[in-house]
Write a protein that binds this ligand. Structure first.
Ligand code: CA
Length: 427
């Protein structure tokens, strides 16, 4: 009997610890390697990773419209070629294979032992080959805060902000998977408004707490994707830390926007939580005033209730949570972002990544960047060891986590982390 993969009553024969981000209702996709074996597509359940190439070799993933070779690929892009329908069928099949009452994999010791591996034994890779990366700026509180700091509260939101999802094209080459260290960038910045610029290691290294979506192949160049069909073009979501050097950014950004202050690294969580798995956590989109232009109108709920947090871990490994926020604190939905991105005929490709922009809630402890949390460094944060932070220091590890739901079914992302390395000496 087919039971929908989101059914809260489902349980698996694989033990899932209480509070795990990865119950049978999640089944995210990722790519990883262990024991010297080449990286392959995986799913995750509880504390185990499940090797999809083993299941495919055993014929358990036949009949889904997915190419056999896609399960041996070191990225999810070939699997994504089958589009939303293919990935949805795959998740449903995985749900059935992992159901507590399905003996096919559960009772086949050889196959089960070949396919299931402890997740902490797996070296996770970037889940997709990212073609293009776009960064939006869709949290009203974040845009307001930054406007207050760099302009004035009366004109904090620029005139276009309530009419279109502001964004810019970022750099795909420097997107890295969780665990990859980030080297403090060097660059030009000013130390005082009237002083000439200097060259040196950034003194204002920051995080940006974001969620990013990954696209299936869109439409042909010249065509557009409407808000009503946009979510069919989205595979799923990852946590996204868009590392930023505020001093470099402040000096360089006029008039064309972010450049070297942003493109030295962005970190993603390794498991792509499918949009289908987040369906139960849909929540109302905010009322938009002034009304948006017709091409940005949307019917129904297009926001998702995903609790997010950021923490700084110092050298001793102990963490201090510095922000708790929620993905629902977005003014523009992903559907509106994708519709806007393509309204001029811009084509999106399989594996493009689009980030939300820093997600800040209304409460000061829910701001999604150190720039806001310390208000440009004027209100330092105290960490567990008594030290203070205005911005990130060498050796700090920034950790972000996120999950939807609580109680019966919790669908989570795991984490994205990265440690700050000292700047490379300039000789
Ligand atoms: Ca950003």
């Amino acid at each position: 009997m087919t039971i929908p993969a989101n059914d809260p009553a489902l349980r698996s024969w694989v033990p899932v610890p209480e509070g795990s981000d990865f119950p049978i209702q999640n089944l995210p996709l990722g790519v990883g390697a262990w024991n010297g074996v080449a990286a392959v597509p995986l799913t995750r359940i509880g504390d185990r990773a499940l090797d999809l190439s083993v299941l495919a070799e055993a014929g358990l993933l036949n009949g889904l419209g997915l190419a056999r070779e896609a399960f041996d690929a070191p990225a999810l892009n070939p699997l994504m070629a089958a589009g939303k329908a293919g990935v949805r069928a795959l998740r449903q099949r995985l749900s059935e294979l992992l159901r507590h009452d399905n003996p096919v994999l559960r009772d086949d010791n050889t196959l089960r032992d070949a396919a299931l591996v402890a997740a902490d034994q797996v070296s996770m890779h970037l889940p997709v080959v990212v073609g293009d990366y776009t960064d939006f700026y869709s949290s009203r509180q974040h845009a307001y805060n930054v406007g207050c700091m760099f302009r004035d509260p009366a004109n904090a939101l620029l005139p276009n902000w309530l009419h279109l999802p502001v964004g810019y094209h970022g750099r795909a080459s420097s997107i890295v998977v969780s665990g990859t260290p980030i080297r403090r960038p060097m660059g030009q910045y000013k130390t005082a408004p009237d002083a000439p610029p200097v060259f040196g290691a950034s003194r204002q290294l920051d995080m940006e707490l974001e969620v990013a979506f990954i696209t299936f192949k869109g439409k042909a160049l010249g065509e557009r994707i409407g808000t009503g069909e946009a979510e069919d073009r989205i595979l799923g979501l990852v946590l996204f830390n868009d590392w930023s050097a505020r001093d470099i950014q402040a000096w360089e950004y006029v008039p064309l926007g972010p450049f070297l202050g942003k493109n030295f690294g962005s970190s993603v969580s390794p498991w792509v939580v499918l949009l289908d798995a987040l369906e139960p956590f849909r929540t109302a989109s905010p009322e938009q005033d002034p009304p948006v232009l017709p091409y940005l109108r949307q019917q129904g709920a297009h926001h998702f209730d995903i609790a997010l947090e950021a923490a700084i871990a110092t050298g001793d490994g102990r963490e201090t949570v510095i922000s708790r926020t929620n993905f629902k604190h977005q003014y523009w939905s992903m559907a509106q972002q994708l519709a806007h991105h393509t309204v001029n005929g811009c084509n999106v490709r399989c594996g493009d990544l689009m980030a939300s922009g820093t997600i800040s809630g209304e409460a000061p402890e829910s701001y999604g960047s150190l720039l806001e949390l310390t208000w440009k460094g004027t209100r330092p944060l105290k960490l567990h060891d008594g030290t203070e932070r205005r911005f990130l220091e060498d050796g700090d590890t920034l950790v972000m986590r996120g999950h939807a739901g609580h109680g019966a079914v919790r669908v989570g992302f795991g984490e994205v982390r990265g440690t700050v390395l000292p700047a490379l000496p300039y000789l």
